[in-house]
Ligand binder design. Structure first.
Ligand code: 15L
Length: 265
């Protein structure tokens, strides 16, 4: 398998680059940020998601894409202006370039913020209506719908991963529910790349956290079996974390749900 990873210089990209090294025939890595020198079996190409022709060149000869590129959090200012080129135009360019190049499978880094406005009293599965908690979450809803279109219309296998909090370790109280460890992230992407042919799936990118507010029950067939649990770190870490703001603690998306309130965008 020849694999393209966009956003490969980012936090998740760097971990996948290392975790998938040697597993597939070829890794083509792309980002606008520096990627360092290519290792054996790797190729590093600087490219902008806004450039469809460049995306098409990147997708040439590729079997599967892991699309991590774009804005990866809710921008504090001018959210729409930042998100539009990277996460709306950029994700379109990626899928369209992949289609033109005959890529069979795309794994799209969506986000839990596509469903961030659910209340934490509710467990949300992979097939419940979207409830974005900001402009960034909205762009992930667009990416998921775009993936569905390319699966239905063009026969691509598309996996959308609603990634929780990708960190070495949980960094606040909310993350005891939302955390995904680096090794679980690698396993999840691997399962999506190696699963027998499927049309479209949504899965939550979370470790085996007992207090999670998301459920992957409907995608057990994927074979993702997280090895880590935020709970194993609670006793040591929780006493050092400040209590959550009660409004933020009501919703899945936490602080994202209150960002941009009262401020014209
Ligand atoms: C995300 O989508 C962001 O990429 C990440 O930085 C975290 O903020 C995460 O969500 C989260 O919800 O903790």
């Amino acid at each position: 398998m020849k694999l393209l990873i966009t956003g490969a210089a980012g936090k998740i990209g760097r971990v996948l680059r290392q975790g998938l090294r040697g597993r597939y025939d070829w890794l083509r890595l792309t980002d606008i940020a520096p990627l360092g020198p290519a290792g054996p079996g790797e190729e590093c190409v600087a490219a902008d998601l806004g450039d469809l022709a460049a995306m098409e060149r990147l997708c040439a000869g590729i079997d599967a894409v892991v699309h991590l590129g774009g804005v990866s959090e809710e921008p504090a200012e001018n959210a729409w202006a930042q998100v539009l080129p990277a996460n709306i135009v950029g994700v379109y360019n990626l899928f369209e370039a992949a289609r033109r190049a005959g890529v069979r499978r795309v794994v799209f880094a969506s986000s839990n913020h596509a469903v961030g406005f659910y209340e934490r009293s509710q467990t949300v599965g992979v097939d419940m209506p979207l409830r974005p908690d900001g402009i960034y979450g909205l762009s992930k809803c667009f990416g998921e719908a775009l993936g569905r279109l390319y699966a239905d219309k063009h026969g691509m296998s598309v996996a959308c991963l609603r990634i929780g909090s990708f960190r070495e370790l949980p960094e606040d109280r909310r993350q005891f529910a939302t955390w995904i460890s680096p090794r679980d992230m690698v396993q999840l992407v691997q399962r999506c790349l190696e699963a027998p042919s499927f049309d479209f799936l949504v899965a939550y990118g979370i470790s085996n956290n007992p207090t999670s507010f998301w459920s992957n029950d409907a995608v057990q067939w994927l074979g993702y079996r997280p090895q880590d649990s935020a709970e194993d770190h609670r006793a040591r870490l929780e006493p050092g974390f400040p209590p959550e703001d009660p409004v933020q603690a009501r919703f899945h998306g936490g602080s994202y749900c209150v960002m941009g309130l009262g401020k014209p965008q």
